[in-house]
Design a protein around this ligand. Structure first.
Ligand code: SF4
Length: 477
């Protein structure tokens, strides 16, 4: 997963970009970067491994100052975790490096398009990253085939298969566009929008999540629509140059886990969706009797609102029984199992003296491998919990994601290796229940608009059609 932000037509736009990147740091902690266009028309960029506060320091921002700026936080999905694959990318056009690009999402026909560009245009790639591919495909249509920049982006949007929420600085313009299925979010805000009409390009901002706007005092305007290409240029209103949505396939995992609760994503308030998930889990849980010894606690932070919703619907006591060290980061977005294991031990600690004799309903957003949750259940039982009942705010994860979330191969997923009772045994839980896919009919305003492929294998772009081995296991249930 990654996050993008952009600012158009504001003095020292790079400062706002850095602030917004800090607000969406949860979307990627491996590397970050910024690219800005200054008043002389030069694009400069800087990217490095590490967190926003450590990378985008004053000196770096001063050297990459401009009135149009984009930025990116990354955790690796496709391509290794190194500086070459970090974003934004500066792309050479005929007259110099006048394009910078960053994107969120994975392109499933990456290999096919890259080979074609290497063969057809003789392009040399500097990374294995999707955003560079998008930029070079735009450059191919615009520079080699002499299409207008709008047509070049349109052809690129139509030729790519997969997820992309993308920002491009091209000469004095900024373009924002999304894949036609709207798999990853991208929202638009404005620093000076008076509500009387279309926002002017100057003062317009973009971010993967609306939670980035509050920190710079921007107002939420709307989503960039699936299949939409927006153009911003000086003295002009923000203009839609193309809009061609296909069947929506918003990533439901954004609402379950990834987005911050204070964001509004895909037309849903994230915290409200999570509360409804919790209420739904509680309604299916009649066999757990509420008494003084029953406590509901989340695996913080992504499960907090699910646990609140569960406790409220059940009339049970909610407690923050697990304390989280916020300096560790999100274990799911660590790049390997060793760093994830270390992260769990460093990250959580149970409240001392609280658990002896308690029956615990432990709420988590999802189970991927199960290794982290197993350690947490053991931690609670060691702390004295009499019973631990695990409730999961998503269906069983049975498939990998090819659209920008780093789920492991299918054979590593606990739901493909064990039945639910076997999983409960493995976790040392006294019971284990999940949300079902059909439960989301009552949770989401429009369930058919969402991708559930890692839960039901109904991929909009079936990976086997693109030469991707899916490591299909024997289904256990
Ligand atoms: S496969 Fe899962 S994680 Fe990937 S886009 Fe679909 S719902 Fe989201």
């Amino acid at each position: 997963m990654c996050g993008v932000v952009g600012v158009f037509g504001v003095q020292r736009a790079e400062r706002l970009v850095a602030e917004m990147l800090f607000a969406i740091q949860h979307r990627g902690q491996e590397s970050c970067g910024i690219a800005s266009r200054n008043s002389r028309g030069n694009i400069s960029s800087h990217k490095a491994m590490g967190l926003v506060k450590n990378v985008l320091i004053d000196d770096v921002l001063d050297r990459n100052s401009g009135d149009v700026s984009i930025g990116h936080v990354r955790y690796p999905t496709a391509g290794s975790s190194d500086i070459a694959n970090s974003q934004p990318h500066a792309i050479d056009l005929a007259e110099g490096p006048h394009m910078a690009i960053c994107s969120n999402g994975d392109i499933i026909n990456y290999g096919e398009i890259r080979s074609w560009l290497e063969r057809e245009a003789g392009f040399t790639f500097k990374s294995e990253n999707d955003a560079e591919l998008i930029g070079r495909l735009i450059a191919y249509h615009h520079v080699v085939k002499h299409d207008s920049i709008e047509d070049a982006i349109l052809k690129t949007q139509q030729e790519l298969k997969g997820a992309f929420s993308t920002l491009v600085i091209l000469r004095d313009q900024l373009f924002a566009f999304r894949d036609p299925h709207g798999i990853r979010p991208l929202v638009m805000g404005n620093l000076d929008f008076d509500g009387t009409g279309l926002p002017q390009s100057e003062g317009t901002v973009f971010a993967s999540e609306g939670c980035a706007f509050g920190i710079i005092g921007a107002k939420w305007v709307r989503e960039v629509q699936p299949g939409e290409i927006l153009r911003l240029q000086r003295g002009q209103p923000v203009q839609t140059v193309h809009l061609n949505p296909l069947q929506m396939r918003h990533c439901v995992f954004e609402l379950i886990y990834f987005s911050r609760p204070d964001s509004e994503t895909f037309g849903e308030r994230v915290y409200e969706v999570r509360q409804r998930i919790g209420a739904c889990l509680a309604k299916k849980d009649d066999d757990l009797v509420v008494d003084d010894d029953l406590v509901v606690l989340p695996v913080p932070d992504s499960s907090n609102f699910v646990a609140l919703g569960y406790a409220a619907a059940k009339g049970a006591r909610f407690t923050m029984g697990l304390l989280r060290n916020h300096y560790v980061g999100r274990t799911f977005i660590k790049p390997n199992q060793k760093s994830r294991d270390e992260g769990v031990r460093q990250k959580f600690n149970p409240l001392p003296g609280f658990f002896p004799g308690k029956r615990v309903v432990l709420i988590d957003d999802s189970i991927v491998r199960g290794t982290s949750l197993r350690k947490i259940v053991r931690m609670l039982k060691t702390a004295g919990a009499r019973e631990v009942h695990v409730r999961i705010g998503s269906p069983r994860v049975i498939g990998s994601c090819y659209y920008g979330i780093d789920t492991p191969t299918k054979s590593e997923l606990i739901a493909n290796r064990m039945t639910i009772p076997e999983s409960a045994d493995y976790l040392n839980a006294d019971s284990l229940k999940y949300m079902e896919i059909e439960d989301f009919n009552g949770v989401l305003a429009s369930r058919p608009d969402f991708c559930f492929a890692c839960f039901d294998l109904d991929y909009i772009y079936p990976p086997e059609n693109y030469g991707i081995k899916t490591n299909v296991p024997t289904e256990r249930e």
